[in-house]
Design a protein around this ligand. Structure first.
Ligand code: ADP
Ligand code: MG
Length: 696
C-alpha cells in the first residue's frame, strides 16, 4: 500500500509536474499571473500547453477538453483530439496556447436564461489556471469558466472566482487594520461532506421513476425503515467497502483528498468527506466526486443515488459545507486564537459573519433551493428552512455579555472590552455539536448544512463569500477612518451583535417551538423553492452582487429565470413520469390482481354456491376503489399540467406547480402506495422499498 503516495495526483498537472516540465521562466510567469489574476502572454500559454500535452500524451491521452460547469449544475466537456495533419499525410500531436486559454464549444443548448438570446449566440470557455488540469477518460481536462461573448457568466465557476477575490480584498483590509503586514492573501476553504445512497443496479433499472427522475415517485413505507438506527456508522458491507476503496483510489489519482467514509443514518446511505481545500478546488473536486461516485457504482453492480430525497419517509441526503477563511500564511481567521489581539480580530470576523447571515438569510436560503431539496429542508432529519446560527455556549455567552452590558451598562463585571489588548482568552468550546442547526460554528469553521446532495457547492459558497465580504467591507470603511481604532472596534462589534444576535439559536431546530420563536424574532421561513428564489433578485441583493462585482443585474435575472425554469421542469418530468407509471404499470397490475381475485371467486362459486367469497368481494371493492382513484387522480394531475402551461409567466407557473401540482402528485402517490400494500407482491410491477433499501 506504500504505492498510494506515488499514485496520489498522478492524473493531475499539479505543482510538482509543472515545476518538472515547465521551463523556469514559464513556470514563474504562470505563478505570477495566478497571484495577480492577470492573463498570460501567448508564448507563455503556448509553452504551458505544449508541456501539458507532452505530459498527457506520455500517459496515453489522445484528446483534450475544456471542462466547465454550466447552470445545469453538472459538468460539461467536448473532446478534441490533439492530432494535426502534416504535409506528408501524417499527423503530429499538437496543443496550442490559444486552445488552452479559450474554447468555443457550440454551447447554444445550455441554459442561459435569455442572456445569449439577447447578446450573442455562442458562449466561450476560458481557462482557470487556479485549478489544475487533470486526466479523465483519456482526455486532458482543462478547468474553465463559461461566459457569453458579452462576458456574462453562464456558469457556476465565474461568480465563485469573483467572490473569492471579493472576500480576499475585504478581509485583507481588516487584517491590515489589525497591523498584519505579512499576509498577502485571504482564502476561503471548504470541506464538503457528501452523502449518497447505493442500491442494487438491477433493481434500480426496474424502477422507471429512479431512472427518469433520480427518486422514487411511488413506494409504500416498508415494514422496516431506519427506526433501529443501526446503519449509522455501522460496519460497512464488503461490496460497499470494495466500491468505496475503488472510489478512493480513483479520487486519489485525481489529487482529491478523500479522507473519511462511513455509513449514514438511512439504510443504504453513506458519506464521504474530503480534507478541505481552497473553495475553487473544493468545488471542482466535489463535482468530480459526484461524477465518479456515479460512474464507479455499476462496476460493483450498484447504482449511486445523489438525489436529496430518493425515498419518502427515509432520511434524505445533504452536503455539509464546512467553510472557513485563512491567510496564505496558514492562519485560520475563525480560530479564536491564543492572544487577546487575535481574539479581537476573531470577534470582528465572527460579528461580520453573524451580520452577513442575518442580513442575507434570504440569499443563503435561495442558494440551496431546488425541487429536490424541498423534500428535505424542514423534514424531520434535515435542518429547517429557517436560517439560524449555532454558536455554542461559550461564544454565545461572550456575545450576550457584549450586547447586554452595552444595553444596561451597569454590570461592570460582565462587560467585555473588545479593544486590542484587553480581551481575555476565549476558551475552546467543547459543547456537543448541534446537528439540527443549519449553520453551526464547529470550533474554527462554520458548517452550512442546508445544501442538497446533488448541488454544485458553488452557489452556497459564492453567496457565503460575498455576504461576508460585504459585512467586512462595511466594517473596514468605518475602521479605516476611525481616529480611535479600539473604541470604534468596540462600537462596531457591540452594535452589530446587538442588531444581529437574533440569528443565534443553540436549541433544537426541529421543533415547532423554534418555528414560533423564529417568527417572533422576525427570521425568514421560506419553506419552498419558489418562496425562496424570488428573494435572490430582491433589490438589496442585486445591489450587493453588483457592488462586489460578483454578478450583474442581467446575470442575476438570467440565473433566476434558469432556476425557476429548472424547478418547473424537474417537477413536470416527475409528474409526467407518475402519470405514465400509474397508467402503464400500476393500473394494469392492480387490474390483473383484481381479475385473479374475481376468477378465484368465480371458481369457488362454480364448485359450490355455499362457499363464501367475502374476502374476494371485499378486496376487489377496496382495490377497485383505489384503482379508480389512481385513474382519476392521474387524469386530474394531467389536467393541472395543462392548466400550468397557461400561466404565461415563469414565476406564476412555478407557484402553481408548488400549490397545485405537488399536492396532486402526493394524492396520486397516496392511492398507489395504498394499492401496493394490498396487492400480492408478485403482481406489483416494480421492486418495493424493502427490496431497494435492504438488498445490497
Ligand atoms: P465532522 O465531525 O463533521 O466529521 P471534521 O472536523 O472531521 O468534522 O470535519 C468535517 C469537514 O470539515 C472535513 O471535510 C474537514 O476537512 C473540513 N474542515 C476542517 N477544517 C476546515 C477548515 N478550516 N476549512 C474548511 N473545512 C474544514
Ligand atoms: Mg459529518
Amino acid at each position: 500500500m506504500n504505492k498510494i503516495p506515488d499514485m496520489f495526483g498522478e492524473l493531475v498537472f499539479g505543482e510538482a509536474i509543472m515545476r518538472e516540465r515547465l521551463p523556469k521562466d514559464t513556470y514563474k510567469a504562470l505563478k505570477k499571473a495566478i497571484a495577480e489574476g492577470k492573463s498570460l502572454e501567448l508564448d507563455v500559454a503556448n509553452s504551458i500547453a505544449n508541456a501539458m500535452k507532452d505530459w498527457a500524451v506520455s500517459k496515453g491521452v489522445t484528446h483534450f477538453t475544456h471542462w466547465f460547469q454550466p447552470m445545469t449544475g453538472a459538468t460539461a466537456e467536448k473532446h478534441d483530439s490533439f492530432i494535426s495533419p502534416t504535409a506528408e499525410g501524417k499527423i503530429i500531436m499538437e496543443f496550442s496556447g490559444k486552445e488552452l486559454i479559450k474554447g468555443e464549444p457550440d454551447a447554444s443548448s445550455f441554459p442561459s436564461g435569455g442572456i445569449r438570446m439577447t447578446f450573442e449566440a455562442r458562449g466561450y470557455t476560458a481557462w482557470d489556471p487556479t485549478s489544475y488540469a487533470f486526466i479523465k477518460d483519456n482526455a486532458l481536462c482543462i478547468p474553465t469558466a463559461f461566459c457569453s461573448y458579452g462576458g456574462e457568466a453562464l456558469d457556476k465557476k465565474t461568480p465563485l472566482l469573483r467572490s473569492i477575490d471579493a472576500l480576499n480584498n475585504q478581509a485583507m483590509r481588516i487584517l491590515r487594520l489589525f497591523g498584519n503586514t505579512t499576509a498577502k492573501n485571504v482564502i476561503s476553504t471548504v470541506g464538503p461532506e457528501q452523502e449518497y445512497f447505493l442500491i442494487n443496479k438491477d433493481l434500480y433499472e426496474k424502477r422507471r421513476d429512479l431512472v427518469l427522475t433520480g427518486r422514487t415517485l411511488f413506494g409504500a413505507k416498508p415494514p422496516r425503515g431506519q427506526e433501529l438506527e443501526d446503519h449509522y456508522f455501522g460496519a460497512i458491507k464488503s461490496r460497499v467497502a470494495e466500491y468505496m476503496a475503488d472510489l478512493d483510489l480513483e479520487l486519489w489519482k485525481l489529487g482529491i483528498l478523500s479522507k473519511t467514509k462511513h455509513n449514514e443514518v438511512a439504510p443504504s446511505q453513506h458519506e464521504l468527506a474530503p480534507i478541505y481545500s481552497t473553495t475553487n478546488t473544493a468545488t471542482d473536486h466535489n463535482q468530480l466526486v459526484m461524477e465518479l461516485m456515479k460512474k464507479i457504482a455499476p462496476k460493483h453492480g450498484l447504482t449511486c443515488l445523489l438525489h436529496e430525497k430518493p425515498f419518502a419517509g427515509i432520511n434524505g441526503s445533504g452536503k455539509h459545507n464546512n467553510w472557513s477563511i485563512s491567510t496564505d500564511t496558514g492562519v485560520n481567521l475563525l480560530d479564536p486564537g491564543s492572544s487577546p489581539e487575535e481574539n479581537a480580530q476573531f470577534l470582528l470576523f465572527l460579528t461580520a459573519i453573524l451580520t452577513a447571515v442575518d442580513d442575507y438569510q434570504d440569499l443563503l436560503r435561495a442558494s440551496v433551493a431546488s425541487a429536490g431539496n424541498d423534500h428535505r429542508l424542514g423534514a424531520a432529519e434535515a435542518p429547517p428552512a429557517i436560517i439560524s446560527v449555532f454558536l455554542g455556549d461559550i461564544l454565545t455567552d461572550i456575545v450576550n455579555s457584549i450586547v447586554d452590558s452595552k444595553k444596561y451598562n451597569k454590570k461592570e463585571d460582565s462587560y467585555i472590552e473588545i479593544g486590542v489588548g484587553s480581551l481575555p482568552k476565549i476558551p475552546k468550546d467543547n459543547t456537543d455539536r448541534n446537528r439540527t442547526s443549519p449553520f453551526a460554528f464547529t470550533g474554527n469553521k462554520f458548517e452550512f448544512r442546508m445544501p442538497g446532495s446533488a448541488f454544485s457547492i458553488s452557489g452556497p459558497n459564492f453567496v457565503l463569500n460575498t455576504i461576508v465580504a460585504d459585512a467586512l467591507s462595511n466594517f473596514a470603511d468605518i475602521l479605516e477612518k476611525a481616529k480611535d481604532f479600539n473604541a470604534t472596534l468596540q462600537v462596531i462589534i457591540a452594535e452589530n451583535l446587538t442588531k444581529h444576535r437574533r440569528i443565534v439559536f443553540n436549541g433544537n431546530g426541529y421543533t415547532d417551538e423554534w418555528v414560533k420563536e423564529a417568527t417572533k424574532r422576525g427570521l425568514l421561513n421560506l419553506t419552498s423553492t419558489i418562496d425562496a428564489l424570488p428573494e435572490f433578485i430582491a433589490d438589496k441583493n442585486i445591489k450587493l452582487f453588483e457592488k462586489h462585482k460578483i454578478l450583474s443585474e442581467i446575470e442575476m435575472r438570467s440565473r433566476y429565470e434558469i432556476l425557476v425554469e429548472t424547478y418547473v421542469k424537474t417537477i413536470k418530468i416527475e409528474a409526467l413520469t407518475m402519470i405514465d407509471i400509474a397508467r402503464k404499470d400500476i393500473i394494469p397490475a392492480g387490474e390483473k390482481y383484481v381479475s385473479l381475485l374475481a376468477s378465484t371467486a368465480k371458481s369457488k362459486l362454480d364448485v359450490s354456491k355455499t362457499f363464501t367469497v367475502d374476502l374476494e368481494k371485499s378486496l376487489i371493492t377496496k382495490l377497485s376503489d383505489l384503482l379508480l382513484k389512481i385513474y382519476t387522480r392521474a387524469e386530474g394531475l394531467e389536467a393541472k399540467l395543462t392548466e400550468a402551461e397557461e400561466k404565461g409567466d415563469a414565476t406564476a407557473e412555478a407557484r402553481f406547480f408548488r400549490s397545485a401540482i405537488v399536492p396532486a402528485m402526493s394524492e396520486l402517490r397516496e392511492a398507489a402506495d395504498t394499492l401496493e400494500i394490498y396487492t400480492a407482491e408478485k403482481y406489483w410491477p416494480f421492486p418495493s422499498y424493502s427490496d431497494l433499501l435492504f438488498s445490497v
